[in-house]
Design a protein around this ligand. Structure first.
Ligand code: SME
Length: 161
């Protein structure tokens, strides 16, 4: 296993292209889902220099905080609440350029300005987790993030229990 990541490139696309194979190598051969998620959160935060990156698990009628990197965050989110609860309810990726403009946005940190939230599915196609990525910069996320983070979600789904 690599001791540290080496993310190269100037553009966002180049950074993701460099990071993705390293994420793959990081989880290769390790069957433990939480261990893999934990390392992937670290790889994303430090590889892409995000403010906050984390997983929420679907547990009953709520999302419950899972492995993350960044400041402490809210523990539970209800269906349809905030960006995460909306992505869960609508089963789709949501990009928010300015969190203050998103009705019902849940502010875990006043430093977070924009975010992208992606739904995650288990091997049976059930939505069982959510990935939330936050930035201190307005409009930080675009179709490039969506494309590559959806690739990461596919990797995660493959090792989901
Ligand atoms: N902002 C999210 C809540 C989670 S935190 O940002 C970590 C939302 O509105 O769903």
């Amino acid at each position: 296993m690599a001791e540290s990541l080496n993310v190269s490139g100037n553009s966002k696309k180049e950074k993701y292209e460099s990071l993705l194979p390293q994420i793959n190598a990081l989880i290769d051969g390790e069957p433990d889902f939480i261990a893999n998620l934990s390392n992937i959160m670290s790889a994303l935060k430090y590889g892409m220099d995000f403010f906050w990156v984390g997983i929420y698990f679907v547990k009953g009628n709520q999302l419950v905080l899972g492995p993350f990197q960044g400041p402490v965050a809210c523990t539970r989110i209800s269906l349809g609440k905030g960006v995460c609860g909306t992505a869960w309810k609508e089963k789709r990726t949501i990009i928010v350029d300015d969190v203050d403009q998103f009705p019902g946005h849940i502010a875990c940190s006043s430093l977070s300005k924009s975010e992208i939230v992606l739904p995650g599915f288990d091997k049976n196609g059930e939505l069982t987790f959510i990935l939330d990525v936050d930035s201190e910069v307005l409009a930080n996320f675009d179709e490039t993030d969506k494309h590559y983070l959806e690739q990461v979600m596919k990797l995660i789904s493959r090792c989901a229990n």
